[in-house]
Design a protein around this ligand. Structure first.
Ligand code: 5RP
Length: 217
């Protein structure tokens, strides 16, 4: 199976978790794009969606799904999103697509979070994927120095502006053995909007696509 077929397979498996007439939280990325396509193909009608990015909003509207502001929608039953890495604790690294802040907000607003991934995202210890950190532009250099002091090597994702008008530092070689501790530490640095560790609010379920089917953790 190609990686795209694996993404399609897990996206199709996730459709069974979506209730008709519900308001669904939707993440960002190529796996979520497969989910949006699978939702359209399934014929299942949801009431509306809350989206974590301008890109997912555009794709949802293309299939005639109303996209609500989170302030209007209130709390959500279910949020579905992909990830860049996950470990055996169901801790995640997210933000490869730069949508980590809205993703974290929607995850916090949802009663249930399902993460959809293919097997290539499974790791023993988080951190091979450089950790995205969204920063307020004026704080970029200061935050970068603090990240170096924590043992990381930040790289500015130059030219990329988040949907919130901020910048991203991709941090290599941070020690993420204590993922929840590092999430707290990074989120406490002034100028950091949020980091891409999802340990304090982790998914209840991970659906992982393999060549022999979809596994559930
Ligand atoms: C975007 C994300 C995505 O979930 C993550 O990058 C995975 O993307 P893909 O499904 O394309 O592999 O966190 O900010």
């Amino acid at each position: 199976m190609t990686q795209n077929e694996l993404k399609q397979q897990v996206a199709e498996a996730a459709i069974a978790f979506i209730d008709e007439d519900s308001i669904l939280g939707i993440g960002t990325g190529s796996t979520v794009n497969c989910l949006i396509e699978a939702l359209a193909a399934s014929g299942k009608r949801i009431k509306a969606a809350v989206s974590s990015s301008e890109e997912s909003t555009r794709r949802l509207q293309q299939i005639d799904i109303e996209v609500l502001d989170l302030n209007t929608a209130g709390s959500l039953d279910l949020y579905i999103d992909g990830a860049d890495e996950f470990d055996a604790n169901r801790y995640l690294i997210k933000g490869g697509g730069g949508a980590l802040t809205r993703e974290k907000i929607i995850a916090a607003a949802a009663r249930r979070f399902i993460c959809i991934v293919d097997q290539s995202k499974q790791v023993k210890v988080l951190g091979k994927f450089p950790l995205p950190v969204e920063v307020i532009p004026m704080a970029r250099s200061m935050v970068a120095r603090k990240l170096v002091a924590l043992g990381g090597q930040p790289e500015w994702r130059e030219g990329f502006i988040t949907d919130n008008g901020n910048w991203i530092l991709d941090v290599h070689n941070l020690d993420l053995v204590d993922a929840a501790g590092m999430e707290r530490t990074l989120n406490n640095i002034p100028g950091v909007v949020t980091c891409g560790i999802f340990a304090l609010r982790k998914p209840e379920t991970i659906l992982m696509s393999t060549a022999s089917g979809t596994e559930r953790f």
